[in-house]
Write a protein that binds this ligand. Structure first.
Ligand SMILES: Cc1cc2nc3c(=O)[nH]c(=O)nc-3n(C[C@H](O)[C@H](O)[C@H](O)COP(=O)(O)O)c2cc1C
Length: 188
């Protein structure tokens, strides 16, 4: 189990967070407003979903911005982190959902692993985004302003890639066969 932490300016990310919890019910047991969170709330989880709205030119919401110094108090080692961002591809097409890249960078700097991937960039209409690596979004990129009808499918596809990586790890750590393989390897 894990928790989702979101930031929002105008409330769009709340319903997106709720949809994510519905898509990952076995992995997200609580949705938390980052404005009400402490570093230890993130530290206590092995799996985290982080995200929210995109502001400025591809930047954090005010609540995430206030929390940001506390990200340096969290040791993300052994944590798996999945990302989402809500943006507006038509009005802010040069920095569409670019905020995810800030999360990506910070979590990896602090030892965490980013899991899951969003849809290919070519399935959206925007000019550029820092959150695209090798042609694919590094998390769920959501546009409630212009394409809310596509949100459910985007979240569902991202969630299945997140689940795949989480279940793969869970099987590795509980499957007695993998223990046999690891112990026979260490015997060699
Ligand atoms: C001042 C301002 C700056 C914005 N900058 C971006 C941006 O750089 N990239 C983007 O994709 N969306 C941008 N947006 C659009 C918001 O991210 C979008 O409206 C989103 O739905 C807001 O989510 P929220 O209601 O959870 O805060 C911006 C909106 C405003 C008002």
């Amino acid at each position: 189990m894990g928790k989702l932490f979101y930031g929002t300016q105008s409330g769009m990310s709340v319903s997106v967070a709720e949809m994510i919890q519905i898509a990952l019910p076995e992995w997200v047991d609580e949705i938390v407003d980052i404005g009400l969170a402490q570093a230890r709330d993130l530290q206590n989880e092995d799996f985290l979903v982080l995200g929210g709205g995109t502001f400025g030119a591809g930047e954090l919401t005010t609540d995430w911005d206030r929390f940001w110094p506390q990200m340096d108090e969290v040791d993300f080692t052994d944590k798996k982190v999945a990302l989402f961002a809500v943006g507006d591809a038509w009005a802010y097409g040069d920095t569409f959902c670019s905020v995810m890249r800030l999360f990506y960078k910070k979590v990896r700097e602090r030892g965490g692993e980013i899991i899951g991937h969003g849809d290919p960039a070519e399935s959206y209409k925007f000019r550029s985004s820092a959150s695209v690596i090798n042609g694919v979004f590094i998390g769920a990129a959501i546009d409630e302003m212009n394409q809310s009808h596509l949100t459910y499918g985007r979240i569902a596809r991202w969630a299945s890639s997140v689940r795949e990586q989480l279940e793969c790890t869970a099987v590795e750590s509980t499957n007695p066969d993998s223990v046999v393989i690891i112990s026979s390897l260490s015997a060699v």
